[in-house]
Design a protein around this ligand. Structure first.
Ligand code: PXG
Length: 440
């Protein structure tokens, strides 16, 4: 049954990353979802242009996943995460490791992208210490990066609004410059030409601090929340080389880019760059049940496996690490991806997606368009009311027009479910064109 909360009952729920007062004055409520569409409480269909929040990669209410959750809930609802195991957690770890390149073979479960990031940062620092390089404690992130909202991720993150209210953050963190905004790269299709040398910022930080103090660099292979910022050609390879030369671990935060978003299982395969640690979440369970994971290179895992056999090797974990219902959902999600070829299908439709998005060049106030795989952003010039006003207006008008997107500042971001067909892409581009042309 669809239930619409009374106006006067909206107050208690303090909504995350939401303009609460605006929302509560004019609520947007979804009641159900299927495939490419949500349905609102007043019965309108809204096409999902952003996999809900970059997570519903296989589309909504996929029967296999729903059924797996139902069955698991009836069979074993919960099992302790520490010192006890259950079969599905091991099966899932094996399946996930098999999807990864090279030596990324060991999986640690979390419940979100934010927790995956904290876990990876802790692994990196502890790894160096275990190898007798305890001075390597510095962490390097990147401007405009998003690594979740916990203290470590917030500290290495580079989105100003997410950081400025929360004090001094974690000490010993530095940032590479972001790669956005070179006018020569505006309207690039896929990876932009210019800016690989921005990776050399890491060399400068090595000069400044000395390599012996730096534990790890964390980057999103493609910055998602920052507004779909695609790395310049050669940038990630260069970062890898600098890390290698200086004994610094490279962490890819694949919370958004994982699970087929670029037409390969992970972005690491797309760019041909193998990191030391990969963080993921979202698409791991198709967004249905909270779950994340960190996948570590064997050398990192093995460095922990020392000391007396009864000793706990890594003092870290969550009550819900490897939760049985989450594992069941993830296994059914991976089955769905495999059966339908969803981890690679984007490769064939990406050119169509690219052309559709770039057809919006010339629409009102559009100053840049970026795309890669099934990700894309249409950036509008800031309006007279200041930054982000026009972006938010676009979000609201697109929603009214039956299309869900996300906005960051004045960039409208898209990441359709991987099941999207040409007709969905056409609707998306058509709707964006009409809406944007009607925003002052
Ligand atoms: N890393 C990356 C790269 C992310 O994109 C997180 C970590 C944190 O994940 P959790 O599960 O803790 O939220 C994210 C999350 C948006 C948007 O539209 C992006 C995220 C979440 C919600 C909205 O930009 N990314």
């Amino acid at each position: 049954m669809d239930r619409e909360p009374q106006r006067n009952s909206l107050d208690a729920y303090w909504m995350p990353f939401t303009a609460n007062r605006q929302f509560k004055g004019n609520p947007r409520l979804f009641a159900s979802a299927e495939g490419m569409y949500f349905r609102t409480t007043d019965g309108r269909a809204v096409m999902d242009g952003v996999s809900a929040m970059w997570c519903s990669n296989a589309g909504h209410c996929r029967p296999r996943i729903t059924e797996a959750i139902r069955t698991q809930a009836g069979e074993m609802d919960y099992s302790p995460a520490f010192q006890i195991g259950h079969a599905k957690a091991f099966e899932l770890a094996n399946r996930l490791a098999a999807m990864m390149p090279g030596g990324l073979k060991h999986v640690f479960f979390t419940n979100s992208g934010s927790e995956s990031v904290e876990t990876a940062l802790k692994m990196a620092i502890a790894y160096h210490r275990l190898r007798g390089e305890g001075s390597r404690v510095r962490l390097i992130g990147r401007e405009k990066g998003y690594h979740g909202v916990n203290f470590g991720g917030m500290s290495v993150g580079g989105m100003v609004a997410n950081r400025k209210m929360f004090g001094t953050l974690v000490a010993g963190v530095d940032h590479l410059r972001h790669t956005h905004g070179d006018p020569r790269n505006f309207f690039s299709k896929g990876e932009p030409e210019y800016g690989a040398e921005l990776a050399d910022d890491l060399e400068r930080l090595v000069q400044l601090h000395d390599a012996s103090t730096i534990a790890a660099v964390i980057v999103e292979p493609v910055q998602g929340s920052g507004g779909v910022i695609v790395p310049p050609k050669g940038y990630l390879k260069r970062l890898r080389e600098i890390c290698d030369r200086n004994g610094i671990l490279l962490i890819f935060d694949e919370v958004i880019t994982g699970f087929g978003r670029l037409g390969t299982p992970f972005a690491s395969q797309y760019f041909g760059v193998e990191p030391d640690l990969v963080t993921c979440a979202k698409g791991l369970t198709n967004g249905v049940i909270p779950m994340g994971a960190v996948v570590a290179q064997t050398k990192i895992h093995d460095a922990f496996m020392q000391g007396p056999p009864n000793a706990i090797e890594f003092f870290h974990g969550y009550t819900y690490s490897g939760n049985p219902i989450a594992c069941a959902a993830a296994l059914a999600t991976l089955d769905t991806y495999e059966e339908e070829g969803l981890l690679t299908c984007v490769a064939s439709l990406a050119p169509y997606w690219e052309a559709a998005l770039h057809s919006l060049k010339g629409a009102r106030n559009v100053v840049d368009i970026r795309n890669i795989g099934f990700m894309g952003a249409v950036e509008l010039a800031a309006g007279p009311g200041g930054p982000a006003q026009r972006g938010f207006a676009a979000f609201l008008k697109l929603y009214e027009a039956g299309l869900l997107c996300r906005t960051t500042g004045d960039s409208i971001a898209f990441a359709p479910p991987l099941i999207a067909e040409k007709s969905h892409i056409d609707f998306l581009a058509d709707t964006v064109g009409k809406v944007v042309n009607n925003i002052d």
